[in-house]
Design a protein around this ligand. Sequence first.
Ligand SMILES: [Zn+2]
Length: 431
Amino acid sequence: MATLRLENGHVLTMEPGAEVISPGVVIAEGPLLSYVGPAGAAPDTPGATVVDCTNCAVLPGLVNAHTHVSMTLLRGFADDMPLQPWLEEKIWPTEMKLTGEDVYWGALLGICEMLRGGVTCFNDMYHFYRDAARAAVDGGIRACPSGVLLGFLPNAEALVREARDFVAETLAQGHPRLHPMLAPHAPYTCPDALLEQVLHYSQELNCPLHIHVSETRTEVQESLEEFGKTPVERLEMLGLFDRRVCAVHCVHLTDRDIEVLAEKQVGIVHCPGSNLKLASGFAPISRLLRAGAVVGLGTDGCASNNNLDLFQEMLLAGIVDKAVLGDPTTVPALQALAMATREAARVLALEDLIGTLRPGKRADLAVVDLSRPHLQPLHSLPSQLVYAARADDVKLTVVEGEIVYQEGKLTKLDEAEVIAKATECARRLMA
Ligand SMILES: [Zn+2]
């Protein structure tokens, strides 16, 4: 079993209450962390691959708790439009032309970008999810693939059954880096019967659910008109929140919605970049956190962001909340960092595997080079990482104890080929 040893770093485990360990050592034996602690107490590891992390931060791999990764193909294709016309006139018609190969190469392009930026796990919802899962396996990243389920499609029921079969097969294969989910797109695109069917399959297979919730004011208004309930109240009534649910956006919430989401420990995914760009609003993160809700961060798809950079999302999550509330003390740096690591892992029901650096957990981590001028001098590691660091400061990314990115090079992918193929797919889609 290969051993990987990271030496001399500033180790931020993201375990609750833990201090920075410096100089710290992190050892991975095979896919698992075996030691995380001070250099002085570290065991010998003869024959290990050693990476010197002097002047570097060593932290848990970042977790992108919501994206549509293959939408990299639509990056910059339709910007500066309102959400509904953007979806109905631009995005959905183009997506009708997608093939599995498009999704595969689009996903790989996104995976290249994420591994370079220290992201070791992403939660995906899209078409041709088997191809996205194949891309994740080939790229060496951890993923929660799921098929987007839309009630208005003529073959909606068959698609739900296919998504169920995919989850069942993937769980049976037991791939260590794939954690499939079921993903009804949103309350406004899914009738009760579809949501009930998905809930039934989620119980049968014991897999989490992934759904957009209360993204826009219009969505909430229409839900109140049609059902007499907010989207959150409707999902609660249907029993979805009795399962592990990853609820994306949660921008427009009533006080009662916040209570329900916190009480049911629904995993909320805050996507500040996407919400700001589509002018959807800004999720009441401080109120959710005060209520005890679980909140992680996601980038959303590249058509609405337009990147997969979690450093940018951490910065936005931290600074926009301060501006919106007129309170510079909300969402401090360590909290933003937790939302991109430990809390995002909880959102995905993967808290026993990833999200913090602790012996016994999977060895998913990111190493950030702090030696460049914009990251010096170093007073506070969380502040540096959230307010000053950039995705391209990442120098090493490890998933399951395996180096997947190091100093400008992806170890499992030919980046030039991925960019060429993805560009070809995008051109064909736009033609
Ligand atoms: Zn989304």
